[in-house]
Design a protein around this ligand. Sequence first.
Ligand code: AKG
Ligand code: FE2
Length: 263
Amino acid sequence: MDQRWVWSEDELDGWRSQVLADDAGITLARKEFERCGYVAVSRLIPARLRSVVASEALRLVEHVGVRRDLVLAATGYTPRLMRNVTRADIACNGSVIEAIYDSATTTQLLSVVAGEPVFRCPYEPEQFVITRLEEAGDTHGWHWDDYSFALVWVAECPPNEDGGFVECIPDTVWDKAKPAVAQLVRDRVVHKLSVGAGDVYLMRTNTTLHRVYPIRRGRRTIVNMAFASAGELNAAVSHETMDSLWSRPGAEWTGADRCNASN
Ligand SMILES: O=C(O)CCC(=O)C(=O)O
Ligand SMILES: [Fe+2]
């Protein structure tokens, strides 16, 4: 069902006071994030917000999603078999995902959980994207993200026995010239996240190698919101995986924020 959401400042203020009052929830989340490099933050986000983000993601991926089937050299030729929606198409055809991304409540919440200041991503195309795994064998293969933090909203997800769960290896370094992904997967403990449909998690994605296990059936649709650390605001960050992923088929990606209207 297409549930459109009208953004209200009152609702945003309500979330801010509610979340900042939940000392116990924030402390637990901060400790787990510090220990593991990832943490489920669903209980810090009202169910209604999670549900309207999920509805918008499902609507947009149906209407303006583009199929990608790639392997990426910078992560050791790991696959990206998926459908996705660019930041430009989300901003052009949606409302709630961009509003939440831009809200000070979001960066405030992430800063307290991360234990350091968290900022909107300075590279616009990477700020928020939607990804759907939809065919048997679809996977978001092993990779690191370009920026320190990802807030991932899981809109739909198959049961674990059909794949689609997140695996990760914290405290790893992305050497783009020699990613050695297979070696890390062989030598290190692979953590499995317990996040299902309706959940939201935060991950330190620049130092946590991660992937989504291939699905066997069903669908997995997520919104990934990227955030930067203070040091990344002015640093030179390259975007080769992102630029390959989001380029339009047959076209050279220029990074321009072009919009593909859904109707
Ligand atoms: O689907 C997920 O939970 C992870 C997505 C991801 O790693 C990404 O979008 O970079
Ligand atoms: Fe990622």
